[in-house]
Design a protein around this ligand. Structure first.
Ligand SMILES: [Zn+2]
Length: 60
């Protein structure tokens, strides 16, 4: 599994960076894509809107 050296900003094969000598801990987690964040927000807004409509429908 390829790890990432934050100091050199390059992939590292193994536990220690061969350029700067820093020990590499866990691989850098992938940042959440902006499109996925937008999808989650849109889904949340849609669900709140549907819930609002359900409440309006139930109370009438
Ligand atoms: Zn390095």
């Amino acid at each position: 599994m390829t790890k990432w050296c934050e100091t050199c900003d390059r992939p590292v094969e193994g536990e220690v960076c061969e350029v700067c000598g820093n020990p590499i801990g866990s691989p850098t987690p992938e940042p959440m894509p902006l499109r996925w964040k937008f999808f989650v927000v849109a889904t949340a807004i849609y669900l709140v809107w549907r819930l609002y409509q359900l409440i309006v429908w139930l109370t009438h």
